[in-house]
Design a protein around this ligand. Structure first.
Ligand code: TEU
Length: 534
């Protein structure tokens, strides 16, 4: 299965590389960095939305699916991106946001103006339900002129589309085909498991999610979408982003017959630092839960011949190098970065690495409300008046989506070489220590290690196809990969404490990040990791 050695590099264009000097990254900036991405060994880039948008949710509020937002460049730039990517042996995957549009989209504007045809494109109701949006506010907004409410599972500027309408579904198919004609080789579908709502729309005992997550017509909608667009196209990769989903649903979304998507993103393993399931909490990490989630998903997906996705970060997540147990020095931080890379990318599946992860970019320390750009984080701050401001800023410094959106740190020049002017969102002040330029020539850097892991996975069949088994341990994440009679053991120390561990035998040491080996006895130093053949 070729997919199992696929590596995708995720680009958030707004924060990647600014070539016009306006403080906002652009498509020409992406083109400029393609040789860098290829040199790390990637096959694909996934570019998050660059469509015309008022940017309330940084482009996930699309006002025209057929146009490039002038902030990012022109259609000619996009065509050039496809061309130069191919010259660099990279394929381009783009983001498709079909659960909702922007309220500035022509369809919604017409609906608001009273056009009944376009009112069917959205979900209008005389009465709201008690659901909460994913961004913490009510999920319905009243339109006085129509004396109706409309549903938005995200910001009020992101009205949900009505997939029950065949006209809507035809419009969406047309959009996909338009981008395929441009030479796109893959799609990532934004929150796509939320598009089939349960009717009638009724109140919920919780926040409403059971009324629209993995909904009644979801598989029918996705199968139709596939058939009318990418179908069985080879050399093509699709991934559906699944919000609050279940393994059972994902086994169907990414089924081996490939009638829906090739693969899915699921997020349970990243919620292990949510105390009592609440994202907006701090200083919490449930290692037992992380291990059991990695195990459950890897095993169930594999048993059913479903391809799993491997990822630690994206533009909605805090930086992985700042999560879990804190590393007190920059040396230990680097060691921890390598350990986390081994824990994830040596598992079985397609790997997605988010810009900046490869150099161990870290969270930003927010000490002032004005530094926050993200709509979800601002809502958290504003909707919790009883929490002290300092506490909220500490939580935001650990959990905000803005942490993943600070500009890419290319060099130790001002603004990290991202731009020549103050960027749209602050640069992490650690750019002088953590940047691509420094790490490219340092063979021990996080960047060099990512390169090494990618190269290894791409050439090693055991790491691609070998079955996965987990071994329980309190402080270590341990798993084996086995193909025929070749068996690897991977051990990762998640803690800032030394641990002893005895193995059956050590046939060959493939990667060793500071583990002392004495016969079959291993001594893992704090945050150490090791890959051996046993
Ligand atoms: O994200 C879906 C999503 O559920 C998260 O944003 C989630 O709400 C948040 O992490 C919870 O803490 C996708 C996009 O990736 C995101 O950027 C968009 O804001 C969102 O959909 C709406 O399009």
């Amino acid at each position: 299965m070729k997919e199992l050695n696929t590596f995708v590099y995720q680009i958030y264009p707004k924060s990647f590389n600014d070539t016009t000097g306006n403080g906002i990254g652009d498509l020409v900036g992406v083109i400029e960095k393609l040789p860098y991405i290829r040199s790390l060994g990637f096959d694909y880039i996934w570019v998050t939305p660059f469509y015309k948008s008022p940017q309330v949710d940084n482009g996930y509020d699309v006002s025209d699916y057929y146009q490039i937002d002038p902030l990012f460049g022109t259609m000619a730039d996009f065509e050039m991106l496809i061309k130069v990517a191919a010259q660099n042996e990279l394929k381009v995957m783009i983001d498709i946001v079909f659960n909702h549009t922007s309220d500035q989209h022509e369809w919604f504007q017409k609906a608001l103006a009273g056009d009944e045809y376009y009112q069917q494109y959205y979900i209008f109701n005389d009465k709201p339900t008690n659901w909460k949006s994913k961004f913490g506010t009510d999920a319905w907004t009243y339109v006085e002129k129509l004396d109706k409410y409309y549903l938005h599972l995200f910001d009020k500027s992101q009205p949900d589309l009505n997939w029950e309408s065949e006209n809507v579904r035809l419009e969406l198919q047309k959009i996909i085909n338009f981008w395929m004609d441009k030479g796109v080789k893959g799609f990532r579908f934004d929150v796509v498991n939320l598009v089939s709502k349960k009717y009638p729309l009724v109140d919920s005992v919780g926040d409403g999610r059971e009324q629209y997550t993995d909904g009644p017509r979801i598989h029918e909608f996705l199968q139709e979408l596939r058939m009318k667009t990418f179908g069985d196209k080879v050399d093509f990769l699709t991934v559906g982003e699944m919000s609050s989903t279940s393994i059972e649903s994902c086994l169907q979304y990414a089924n081996a017959q490939k009638t829906e998507f090739d693969s899915v993103f699921h997020f349970h393993h990243l919620k292990v630092d949510y105390e009592n399931g609440d994202k907006w909490t701090r200083d919490y990490f449930d290692f037992e839960l992380l291990k059991s989630l990695l195990k459950d998903w890897q095993l169930k997906m594999d048993e059913n011949n479903v391809i799993d996705t491997l990822f630690w970060s994206n533009h909605d997540q805090p930086r992985i190098s700042s999560r879990f147990i804190k590393a007190p020095t920059s040396e230990l931080q680097m060691k921890k970065n390598k350990m986390l890379a081994m824990s994830m990318y040596l598992l079985k599946g397609i790997s997605y690495i988010y810009q900046g992860e490869e150099i161990g970019m870290e969270n930003f320390e927010f000490d002032n409300y004005d530094q926050i750009v993200d709509v979800e984080s601002r809502n958290f701050y504003n909707l919790n008046p009883l929490l002290a401001s300092e506490e909220k800023l500490t939580i935001i410094s650990q959990k905000s989506r803005d942490n993943g959106r600070t500009p890419m740190q290319w060099t130790n020049d001002i603004y990290g070489g991202f731009s020549t002017t103050q960027p749209w969102i602050n640069v992490n002040p650690n750019y002088q220590l953590v940047n691509v330029q420094e790490q490219l020539t340092d063979m021990d850097s996080t960047l060099s290690f990512y390169k090494k892991i990618i190269k290894l996975k791409k050439t090693d069949l055991v790491l691609q196809q070998g079955n996965v088994k987990f071994i329980d341990h309190k402080q270590l994440l341990i798993f084996t990969r086995q193909l025929n009679d070749v068996k690897y053991l991977i051990i990762c120390n998640y803690y800032n404490q030394e641990v002893d561990y005895a193995v059956e035998a050590v046939k060959q040491v493939i990667i060793n990040n500071e583990t002392e080996i004495n016969g079959n006895k291993l001594k893992l130093s704090p945050f150490a990791s090791i890959l051996i053949e046993i």
